[in-house]
Design a protein around this ligand. Sequence first.
Ligand SMILES: Nc1ncnc2c1ncn2[C@@H]1O[C@H](COP(=O)(O)OP(=O)(O)OP(=O)(O)O)[C@@H](O)[C@H]1O
Ligand SMILES: [Mg+2]
Length: 366
Amino acid sequence: MTAELQCEAVAKAFAKRTVLAGVDVTVAAGTLTAVLGASGSGKTTLLRIVAGFEAPDTGRVLIGGTPVAEGRHRAVPPERRGVGYVAQEGALFPHLSVGANIGFGLRRSERRTGHRVAELLDLVGLGQEYAAMHPHELSGGEQRRVALARALAPRPSLVVLDEPFSGLDAALRTETRAAVAGALSEEGTTALLVTHDQAEALSMGREVAVLRQGAMAQTAPPDTLYRFPVDVEVARFVGDAIVLDGTRDGDTVDCALGRLPCVAIDDGAAARGGVDVMVRPEQVTIATAVRGATAPGGSAIAGAGTATEATVVSVTYLGAEAVVRLALGDGGAATARVFSGSLPEPGRRVTARVSGPVVVYRPGPR
Ligand SMILES: Nc1ncnc2c1ncn2[C@@H]1O[C@H](COP(=O)(O)OP(=O)(O)OP(=O)(O)O)[C@@H](O)[C@H]1O
Ligand SMILES: [Mg+2]
């Protein structure tokens, strides 16, 4: 049975230091919401409040429409909330076998048959031979999967996961993320995952909520959050961003990267006049200028801005792609994320072109 989770204006302070200042988040039944927040922003605190290990000072938590916490009063104890908790440390019981770890929260009758444990090993992509093994015989990624299996075993209506993939190497992370996402959706479990890793949040969440200064700065589907962040700070938190001064004229903006089609979030920027322009580095393509050839001025490509001249400052090779730092004509700087097949050298004159619309904001401090 899966249930919707609602946190309404949840606030919490420790020794007068406010950690959560009024958090609102709703997770639709059977879906996963990822909360993205910097270290110390209160992610673990929020999960502990949802699970019932901590009480909010004010605000409410509802699971399946039933209040389980209302301020410091009327709290349903953790064991009666039906919440599976995968803790940040993710510690398994070291003296118990994998099978016993997974079966820990099951009723004795169900534990005895072993069916549910077998089912869960399958679900998290581990062979049946793992049941007899002990935690110290497992890799970090396998231990995380067992921790998830243990949380899912009693069929909780809600699972909360605290940075479940931290400390895993890149390949194992991708594989474990996929296994966990698959297991959760197969069981139809509602899940709240917290992380400081933007790639993790964007790849796992149907919705991603950005926790900043104790409240959600923005909650949106991953592609909306990445393409249309509500402000420059959120833009930088969910990815790399180039921020330039610009002058907006309706649907276009003039800036150091040329005249570009633009969109405004919440009409925060004036229709005409000075704005901050946010461009994602992968929107910038560069071409080495050929001497004597006419520069491809004007906007020949639909949706693309004009080409601008720039000088390559540095190139950072990342494998599949490279980050090219550019000096722009007006003394400004930009970065381009480009396919690393053919890279320009520092000092080279290039033309830079931006594809797709850029986002404009009311000018603010940077
Ligand atoms: N029981 C407690 N008593 C006092 N302060 C606490 C307590 N629990 C958390 N805090 C403080 O609340 C703040 C938020 O802590 P929390 O563990 O929720 O952050 P987090 O976002 O999970 O960080 P991380 O990404 O590093 O795990 C921290 O400054 C922490 O010191
Ligand atoms: Mg934490």
